[in-house]
Write a protein that binds this ligand. Structure first.
Ligand SMILES: [Mn+2]
Length: 302
């Protein structure tokens, strides 16, 4: 497998042959499997939120913010579903992981789960591209190896969802058995599904039906107990691409899928953290639909 050839093919939106796809995903899984649940990172780094199959926007993001190889990137999960280029998006990032293993960290989101992929788009996309659903199994097997968190300079925690009454210390994340389907309850679920809320100080049931809502009091306790200054998470639609919670700059949501679901008018954002931990947001507009090859959507409508 020649990784530069694969990267070029993907960049041109070509479908990978199943044997190349299998090799790529196996190699990716092997690299992810060797990583710990929590990856220690030294700044500078760029943090990216939900991608959700927005492949054109992902390429635009690298063009405008800098390519991997020149810059270190941390992705917060949710590579697939919702958007219509899930396979391209995930495979492109896995290819970059193979080419630059120390320059890209890919965390697991709640969408990297069989149960979610069978309903929210990936399975349908694979049935359209390939003649059978074996590639779905290969992708899901790779998802099961993705790490769960990154900590930048011992002070900034990056995760997909949030905390809960089951996640009070960094060690609670370190001890999760991640090599499996995301369960319906428990700390693994909460880490990938929880959201901040201004409605309560402590915890509350989440309207999502999984994970918890966490308030300012328990969030501040979590920061203090773990000597953290900032938690960066994604998982939530944000019209402006990024949003701080609780009236301070300690809990941050980053969302990187502009024009989400074709119908929203949101922009995407990423956060650049420099070596002195200064924060700069890069906000970007979505690629217009007329510049994308969406011909297959018309075929489906007929
Ligand atoms: Mn999510």
């Amino acid at each position: 497998m020649n990784i530069d050839n694969i990267l070029n093919k993907l960049k041109n939106k070509e479908t990978l042959e199943t044997n190349d796809l299998k090799l790529l995903l196996d190699k990716g899984a092997e690299l992810f499997k060797a990583e710990p649940n929590i990856i220690q990172v030294t700044a500078p780094a760029t943090i990216v939120g939900d991608v959700h199959g927005h492949f054109y926007d992902l390429l635009k993001l690298f063009e405008t913010n800098g390519e991997i190889g020149d810059k270190k990137y941390i992705f917060l999960g949710d590579y697939v579903n919702r958007g219509v280029f899930s396979v391209l998006s995930f495979c492109y990032l896995v290819s970059l992981k193979i080419k630059f293993p120390d320059q890209i960290i890919m965390l697991r989101g709640n969408h990297e789960s069989r149960q979610i992929c069978e309903v929210y788009g990936l399975k349908t996309e694979i049935e359209r591209i390939y003649s059978n659903t074996d590639p779905l199994d290969w992708l899901i097997e790779t998802f099961y190896n993705l790490p769960l968190a990154a900590i930048i300079n011992n002070t900034i925690l990056c995760i997909h969802g949030g905390i809960s009454d089951l996640i009070k210390t960094i060690d609670d994340i370190e001890t999760i058995d991640r090599f499996q389907e995301v369960p319906t309850t428990g700390k693994f679920t909460d880490l990938l599904w929880s959201d901040p809320t201004e409605e309560v100080e402590m915890y509350k049931e989440s309207p999502r039906g999984a994970g918890r809502l966490f308030g300012k009091k328990v969030f501040d306790e979590f920061l203090e107990k773990n000597n953290l200054t900032l938690v960066i998470r994604s998982h939530m639609y944000v019209e402006e691409g990024y949003k701080y919670h609780f009236g301070e700059e300690k809990c941050l949501t980053i969302f990187s899928s502009p024009k989400y679901s074709f119908s929203c008018n949101n922009v995407g954002a990423v956060l650049n953290i420099d070596q002195d931990l200064n924060r700069t947001f890069k906000v970007f507009e979505g690629v217009p639909d007329e510049e994308k090859d969406l011909s297959f959507l018309k075929e489906v409508k007929k």
